[in-house]
Design a protein around this ligand. Structure first.
Ligand code: PLP
Length: 425
């Protein structure tokens, strides 16, 4: 059995049926924005491998940092022990995050970071018996673990079929005012009225409210107005609900700011980071809380945070993350993202005139063409190799978030491929 045959028979792929994952391309190497396939052909990774390879693949600085760490200490348990990569990463995160967010928990993946955030909120609220529920907006996505998926969109989201098995939680409509649109002060129209009504009725039962700030990713690739986040912060404060921002997809420059919350000037009580944290080298994430949350947990009936994964604070991942954050600190990511945003606006603009296109949205290094009808995934998949551009649409959403190092010529190839697909009949 060849490799693709074995893969098809034995390996599960994301959100795909066992035995029939659809067509697969075999990748043998990657460098910069390019993926090299087994047949020698190449494709630009216009997805940054699901938002993480912000500096492109195998950036030499990241490779060198991980190699050096591999020679010294690839892993050691974090219970009762510590090491320079974990401390160094902590220092860097505290240095770049807004004042007040400085109590860090290292996690293995984004979904786990969300679990930890929810657990932190639940433990911090234990002094208020009954505050055990969570609230969120429709159209969100927070991961695939049990509690995280309970807070994904309940109707259109990937986990909708689990239904009531996911337990009680509260949803408000997605923020209705788009990023870049004029802010509407009327709370019925700007969506904050729905949050206020929920909190007035059930706030005493809600431990925390979780939201992806500014960009809702896998739940619909929509960009909302930052003022909604300021209003949400205010309502959470008034009702003692802890505010959790999930910046797993948006963190580290993707929206044009280092963190999407900076568009709003709002600081949450708990923040989830992941994906681009290690520059796409290895799975890793962090949940960062305020001192107030940490102190509330310490003063509660369960005074220690009840979490401690085997690979917590993995030195190899911490070394990659330190190097990736150093690249961001030294490099011109801001200029690169501004250039990509301008290139996407220019390059994708003709999509507006295509009959099959319902909407075009660009923010930072994210470009989204929303189609009127779902795309034929198998056809897109085959076309990607032909076009030399890797795209992975879902449903009606054809989108890209290329590595920040993508050149103008490479961006032109991405835009041309997206326009070709969007123009299909
Ligand atoms: N939260 C958001 C906003 C995400 O986009 C994702 C992944 O796409 C996750 C959480 C889950 O992260 P992971 O896939 O690393 O578990």
């Amino acid at each position: 059995m060849n490799d693709l045959g074995f893969d098809r028979a034995h390996l599960w792929h994301p959100y795909a049926p066992m035995g029939d994952p659809g067509p697969l391309h075999e990748v043998v190497a990657a460098e910069g924005v390019w993926l090299e396939l087994a047949d020698g052909s190449r494709m630009i990774d216009a997805m940054s491998s699901w938002w993480c390879a912000a500096h492109g693949h195998r950036h030499p600085v990241l490779v060198a940092a991980m190699r050096a760490q591999l020679e010294r200490l690839p892993h050691v348990m974090f219970g009762g022990l510590t090491h320079a990569p974990a401390v160094g990463l902590g220092r860097r995160l505290v240095g770049m995050l807004p004042a007040g967010l400085d109590r860090i928990f290292y996690c293995d993946s984004g979904s786990v970071a969300v679990e930890v955030a929810l657990k932190m909120a639940a433990q911090a609220q234990m002094r208020h018996p009954g505050r055990v529920d969570f609230a969120t907006v429709r159209g969100g996505y927070h991961g695939d673990t049990w509690k995280a998926m309970s807070l994904c969109d309940p109707q259109a989201g990937m986990h909708r079929r689990f239904g009531t098995a996911l337990g009680p939680r509260h949803f408000v409509p997605r923020p209705p005012v788009d990023f870049g649109a004029g802010w509407d002060e009327d709370s019925a129209r700007n969506g904050l009225g729905a949050v206020a009504a929920l909190f007035a009725e059930k706030g005493h039962r809600i431990a925390g409210f979780i939201v992806e700030p500014v960009v809702q990713g896998a739940g619909g690739m929509r960009f909302h107005h930052p003022r909604w986040l300021a209003g949400l912060r205010d309502l959470c404060d008034r009702h003692d609900v802890l505010l959790i921002f999930d910046e797993i997809a948006t963190g580290f420059g993707r929206t044009g700011r280092m963190f999407a919350m900076e568009h709003a000037g709002v600081v949450p009580d708990i923040l989830c980071l992941g994906k681009a944290l290690t520059g796409g080298m290895i799975s890793f994430a962090a949940t960062v809380a305020s001192a107030r949350v940490a102190e509330a947990i310490a003063a509660g009936p369960a005074p220690v945070l009840m979490h401690g994964p085997t690979y917590m604070g993995n030195p190899l991942a911490c070394a990659a993350a330190c190097a990736s954050l150093d690249l961001l600190a030294r490099g011109d990511w801001k200029g690169q993202v501004v250039g990509i945003e301008a290139g996407l606006r220019r390059g994708l603009a003709p999509a507006r005139d295509l009959p099959g296109v319902a909407d075009l949205r660009v923010l930072g290094a994210i470009g989204v063409i929303e189609m009127r009808t779902p795309l034929d995934m198998a056809r897109v998949h085959g076309f990607c190799r032909e076009a030399g551009v890797w795209l992975r649409p879902f449903g009606r959403l054809l989108y890209c978030m290329p590595p920040f190092v993508t050149t103008g010529a490479e961006l032109d190839l991405i835009c041309a491929a997206m326009l070709r697909i969007a123009g299909w009949r």
